[in-house]
Write a protein that binds this ligand. Structure first.
Ligand SMILES: Nc1ncnc2c1ncn2[C@@H]1O[C@H](COP(=O)(O)OP(=O)(O)OP(=O)(O)O)[C@@H](O)[C@H]1O
Ligand SMILES: [Mg+2]
Length: 466
C-alpha cells in the first residue's frame, strides 16, 4: 500500500498547491519541492509494483517510502489546516495578513524545517536506492517483464485455424454484414473480457470467404505492448503484401502516408488484435483515413477488453457461451475423437464442472485440457471436480491466473490497490458500491478532501475496474 500512501500525499499536496495555495502562503516553495520529490517516489513505486520485487531490501525501502509519504502529508495538511482554521470565514487577504504575522513565527519556521527534513530523508533514500538500484535496474531491463512474457505467450497466429470453435454464428454473421455491406470507412470493436473469444472471432472473420472476396487487402496484426506504431504499420503493409524493402528505411511519416493512401484508394480490412489503451490508437491513427474523415471503403476491426478505445467505433459486445455451447466445447476438448462423454457418472461430473466455467471459453479449454489427460478415470474426475476452482486457476501454464494478471498489470497504478481490496470480499458476494467506496476512503486507499467530488470520481474508478 506504499503506492497509495504516496499517491494520496501527492494528490493532497497537489490539491492544496493548486486550489488552496493561500493556506500554504510562506511555505509554497518547500511544499512544491516536496511534491516533486514525492512524484519521483511515486514513479519508482509504480515501477517496483509492476516488477513485484521479492527483494527484501527493496521491500524495506518501499515501507520507508510509505512512512515518508504519511509524514509529508501530515506536515503539509497540519499547516494548511492551522492557517485555514485560524482564518475561517475571512477573505484571502486576511489569511495572507495572518500568514504574514506567522511568517517569522514558530509555525512557519517549524513547518519549513519539517519539510526540509522530509526532503532530506527522501534525498538520502534516493541516493541509497540509486547506489543499490543501478545494477538492479539494469538487470531488469535485460529481462523482459513478466507481463510482456504473459502477453507474448498468448500471441495469436492468424494462420493457425481453430477447429473446435462453437457458437459465434450470429456474431460472425453480424460482423461480416457490417464489414462488407456498409460503405464508407468504419471502426468496429469486438469487446469483452479476457478469454471470451475476441481473437477467435477476429480470426474467424479474417478467414471468412465473403470477407476475403470483398476486400482487396487484409491484414491481421497483433498489437504488442507497448504499442510500437512503426511495427504495426509495417505489419499491416506486410499483411497487404505491399511492404517494400525501402519501406523499412523510410521515415515514420512517409510510412504512415503510404499506408494512409493505400487504405484510401483500396478496400482494405485491418484487424488490430488486442489493443488496450486509447493512446495506442492515437499513435496509430495518422495512418488511417477514418481518423481524418477522408472517404475510404476500408474497415478497421479491433479486439479489446476496453470499450472506449475509439470514441466513435461500433461496439460488438461478445457474450459468454450458452450452456449448450459450453458443453459442446468441453466435449470437443475432452474427447477429440468421439466428441462424446462416456458413462453417466462422468457426464454428471463434467456438467457440474462446466457450470463453474460460467461460459468463459478459456476456462472450458483449460479444464477440458486437464481432464483430457485423465483417461476417463472416474476417480481422477472426482478429484478434479472436488477442486475445480483451484484446478482452473493453476491449469495449463496458469493461463487463467495469467489472464487476470494481465488485466491487473494493465490497470493504472492508482487503481491497483482498489482492485486488490476486492479480495477482502467472499466469492460471489454482492458488493455495494457505496459501501466499497466508503471502505476505500476509510482505509486511505484513495483519499480526497472534497468528498462529494471524490465519490463521483470513485464511482468512475469502480466502472473502470469492472
Ligand atoms: N467460441 C469458441 N469456441 C471454441 N473455443 C473458443 C471460443 N472462443 C474462445 N475459444 C478458446 O478460448 C481461448 C481464449 O480465446 P481468445 O484468445 O480468443 O480470447 P480473447 O477474448 O481474445 O482473450 P484476451 O482478451 O486475453 O485476448 C482460446 O483457446 C480459444 O481457442
Ligand atoms: Mg485476444
Amino acid at each position: 500500500m506504499a503506492l497509495s500512501a504516496v499517491t494520496s500525499a501527492v494528490t493532497t499536496i497537489g490539491n492544496l498547491l493548486t486550489q488552496e495555495a493561500i493556506y500554504l502562503w510562506g511555505v509554497e516553495e518547500q511544499v512544491d519541492r516536496l511534491q516533486t520529490e514525492l512524484k519521483w517516489m511515486q514513479r519508482y513505486l509504480m515501477d517496483a509494483e509492476t516488477k513485484q520485487s521479492k527483494d527484501e531490501m527493496i521491500r524495506l525501502w518501499v515501507a520507508e517510502i510509505r512512512e515518508l509519504a504519511y509524514d509529508a502529508e501530515d506536515v503539509v495538511e497540519e499547516f494548511a489546516l492551522k492557517i485555514g482554521s485560524e482564518n475561517k470565514g475571512c477573505l484571502p487577504s486576511c489569511i495572507k495578513t495572518s500568514a504574514c504575522c506567522l511568517k517569522e513565527g514558530w509555525a512557519l519556521h517549524k513547518t519549513r524545517s519539517k519539510i526540509e527534513k522530509i526532503i532530506e530523508r527522501i534525498n538520502d533514500l534516493v541516493r541509497r536506492l540509486q547506489a543499490y538500484g543501478a545494477k538492479e535496474l539494469k538487470d531488469r531491463e535485460e529481462e523482459s517483464s513478466s507481463s510482456t512474457e504473459r502477453r507474448e505467450s498468448r500471441r495469436p497466429y492468424p494462420h493457425i485455424r481453430d477447429d473446435n470453435i462453437v457458437g459465434l454464428v450470429d456474431d460472425t454473421e453480424g460482423l461480416v454484414k457490417v464489414l462488407t455491406k456498409e460503405s464508407g470507412c468504419k471502426v468496429v470493436t469486438i469487446w469483452g473480457m479476457g478469454g471470451l473469444g475476441k481473437t477467435t472471432l477476429a480470426k474467424k472473420i479474417y478467414h471468412h470467404r465473403q470477407v476475403i472476396d470483398y476486400f482487396d487487402h487484409l491484414a491481421f496484426v497483433y498489437v504488442s505492448q507497448p504499442c510500437q506504431k512503426r511495427n504495426v504499420w509495417e505489419d499491416i503493409l506486410s499483411g497487404f503484401n505491399t511492404l517494400d524493402k525501402v519501406d523499412r528505411k523510410i521515415r515514420d511519416e512517409a510510412l504512415a502516408e503510404k499506408l494512409y493512401n493505400i487504405l484510401g484508394v483500396k478496400k482494405c480490412l485491418v484487424i488490430l488484435d488486442d489493443i488496450w489503451i486509447s493512446e495506442a490508437w492515437d499513435s496509430l491513427k495518422p495512418a488511417f483515413p477514418v481518423a481524418t474523415g477522408r472517404h475510404s471503403n476500408s474497415k478497421i476491426l479491433l479486439t479489446s477488453r476496453n470499450k472506449g478505445i475509439v470514441s466513435d467505433a461500433e461496439i460488438r459486445e461478445l457474450k459468454c457461451l450458452k450452456e449448450q455451447e459450453s458443453w459442446e466445447l468441453f466435449q470437443k476438448i475432452v474427447f477429440p475423437q468421439t466428441g462424446n462423454i462416456i458413462g453417466e457418472e462422468i457426464k454428471k461430473l463434467g456438467e457440474n464442472m462446466v457450470k463453474h466455467c460460467v461460459g468463459l471459453p478459456l476456462a472450458i479449454v483449460v479444464l477440458g485440457g486437464i481432464l483430457a489427460t485423465k483417461n476417463n478415470s472416474l476417480n481422477e474426475w472426482q478429484k478434479i471436480s472436488d477442486n475445480v476452482k483451484s484446478y482452473l486457476k493453476r491449469g495449463k501454464n496458469q493461463v487463467l491466473g495469467d489472464v487476470l494478471a494481465l488485466s491487473y498489470d494493465d490497470l493504472p497504478p492508482y487503481l491497483r490497490p482498489c482492485f486488490l481490496y476486492l479480495t477482502h470480499f467472499p466469492e460471489d458476494y454482492m458488493i455495494d458500491v457505496d459501501r466499497l467506496i466508503q471502505f476505500w476512503l476509510a482505509e486511505g486507499i484513495v483519499s480526497s478532501k472534497q468528498e462529494e467530488r471524490a465519490v463521483g470520481k470513485l464511482r468512475k474508478m469502480w466502472r473502470n475496474l469492472i
